[in-house]
Write a protein that binds this ligand. Structure first.
Ligand SMILES: Nc1nc2c(ncn2[C@@H]2O[C@H](COP(=O)(O)OP(=O)(O)OP(=O)(O)O)[C@@H](O)[C@H]2O)c(=O)[nH]1
Ligand SMILES: [Mg+2]
Length: 498
């Protein structure tokens, strides 16, 4: 039977040496007292933390619904109502999204004028065309492939006249001839869409000078040339919004054939890795696909010129991003980042964003032309006949150009809520109600925002387990609309089967 030499093996290890001097003994005792003090402090802190965690109520909320149903908008509403200070500080960062929304709306118009019906302005392919018109065109046969509607590559073959011409509607084809549609008012995507008392489409030799003008007597070609910098701005904004390592962050629309549209062949310029941001030989299939970024703060961080740490800010900028193929137990899962001590972009007034912003300067420079373009009756008529209702689309700001293009423009709360940036992936945001929001502090809200398009829905599954509430958003306008990702599916039907 073994003989015990000590009650505690540690005593054996830690016991003082037998020949310890009185001085060494004093030092040792002092060290032991200090160690005990630190240990007790750690115990007390752990106990207090446990107590606080038990006291704090955490509410987990999952936002679900189709794409464009308003999930991210609802999230922003939460931020606006319950963390107003943080929301206000962040508004300047939304300016880039609003700029991009504007630039893309303008390009949609110019594309509609430049590519009458074979290109992206077709309701069959343009995400900017009204969902209603898309719904109506679901079962239509493909567009007639009229030779005169095809782009010939020189960028000058199709020209439009706008203005107060009293000439009757007419279509002239210098190189091609075909019979006009039997019913000019039919709902089809026919040549008749482009015939209007106030404008005339015709083809001319590439060398001819455009006789065609906007109502303000501005030749369309000249206007397009003056709006060319918007192409660069579009690429620049995407490069700003998309983190450098984001491979599929954007299906950025590629420019059309050389020399056509808002601008052609403008490279991404300062692109810092935004994939396929531009290029002169783009594939039309990608031309008008909607731009998206991963949710979370990645794009916001990219916009901020400086960062600052807000200890105890109570607002979780360090939201947890979950990739499309990642479940919530993945490497970016809960428990890290966010909350106190999170890093967040600095806000307006301190970053200098409002004074040194190239896109804003370019928009300011182009504002007269953009306003003229949008307000031109002939242009409106072309859009109407093309059934492109950008004013019904999310991210529509063209009615507010005067204000939005000011050099000192600061997005209002409403602007931020209206801005459209598609979500891909899943992200969790932490909120702790600010005292100014008039609510009890102590409740932490964790809101999960997901991408709503059909390809994104498998990523929702892991988040059902651990939620206190789910808000499923269903836009009531969807009854006669179709999914942008599949225009053969009615939105309401898709919603009911989600
Ligand atoms: N008129 C109107 N527009 C709204 C309303 N709610 C949201 N919107 C607009 O509709 C768009 C909805 O976009 P998001 O909130 O980004 O939609 P989402 O559900 O997050 O879409 P995905 O990120 O693609 O899944 C925004 O541009 C809003 O401005 C509303 O109640 N009325
Ligand atoms: Mg969203």
């Amino acid at each position: 039977m073994p003989v015990r030499t000590a009650d505690d093996p540690l005593d054996e290890v830690l016991k003082p040496p037998p020949d310890e001097s009185p001085e060494d003994r004093a030092v040792r005792l002092q060290n032991e007292a200090e160690a005990k003090r630190v240990s007790l402090a750690i115990d007390a802190s752990i106990k207090a933390e446990r107590h606080a965690r038990r006291k704090k109520r955490i509410v987990r909320l999952l936002l679900l619904g189709q794409s464009e149903s308003g999930k991210s908008t609802t999230l922003r509403q939460f931020q606006r109502l319950y963390t107003p200070t943080a929301f206000r500080e962040e508004r300047i960062l939304w300016r880039a999204v609003i700029q991009l929304n504007i630039v893309r709306s303008i390009r949609t118009i110019l594309d509609a004028l430049t590519f009458p019906s074979t290109s992206t302005s077709s309701p069959h392919t343009s995400p900017y065309s009204s969902p209603r018109s898309r719904a109506r065109t679901i079962s239509r046969p493909p567009l007639p492939n009229h030779p005169h509607e095809q782009y010939n590559g020189n960028g000058n073959d199709t020209t439009l006249t706008f203005g107060s011409s009293s000439s009757p509607p007419r279509v002239r084809h210098r190189h091609h001839h075909h019979s006009p549609p039997s019913n000019p008012d039919s709902d089809g995507d026919s040549e008749s869409d482009f015939v209007h008392p106030h404008h005339h489409i015709h083809h001319r030799s590439p060398r001819s000078t455009s006789p065609l003008t906007l109502a303000q007597n501005t030749p369309l070609d000249a206007l397009k040339a003056r709006l060319l910098p918007l192409r660069h701005i579009e690429a620049l904004l995407i490069a700003k919004l998309v983190p450098p390592n984001e491979e599929e962050a954007t299906h950025f629309a590629r420019p059309g054939p050389p020399g056509v549209g808002v601008g052609a062949g403008t490279s991404a310029g300062s692109s810092s890795g935004a994939s396929s941001t531009s290029g002169g030989t783009g594939n039309h299939a990608y031309r008008n696909q909607e731009i998206f970024v991963r949710p979370g703060t990645g794009w916001k961080g990219g916009l901020a010129r400086a960062r600052v740490t807000y200890p105890g800010s109570g607002y979780g900028y360090g939201d947890h991003h979950h990739g499309a193929k990642q479940n919530k137990n993945g490497s970016s899962g809960k428990g890290s980042g966010g909350g106190n001590g999170a890093t967040r972009p600095m806000s307006a007034g301190t970053t200098g964003l409002e004074t040194q912003d190239e896109p804003q300067e370019v928009l300011n420079m182009c504002r007269r032309d953009m306003i003229a373009l949008w307000n031109d009756e002939g242009v409106r008529e072309v859009l109407r006949r093309r059934k492109i209702r950008i004013e019904e689309e999310s991210g529509f700001f063209l009615d507010d150009l005067e204000r939005l293009t000011s050099l000192k423009y600061m997005p209002t709360d409403d602007d931020v809520l209206k801005a459209r940036l598609k979500t891909v992936g899943v992200s969790e945001y932490k909120f702790e109600m600010e005292a100014t929001a008039g609510r009890d502090s102590g409740t932490e809200w964790r809101i999960v925002d997901v991408g709503g398009s059909r390809s994104q829905r498998p990523t929702w599954a892991p988040f059902f387990d651990d939620v206190d509430a789910i808000i499923f958003l269903a836009p009531i306008s969807g009854f006669d609309q179709v999914l942008s990702e599949d225009r053969t599916v009615n939105r309401l039907v898709s919603f009911l089967s989600s």
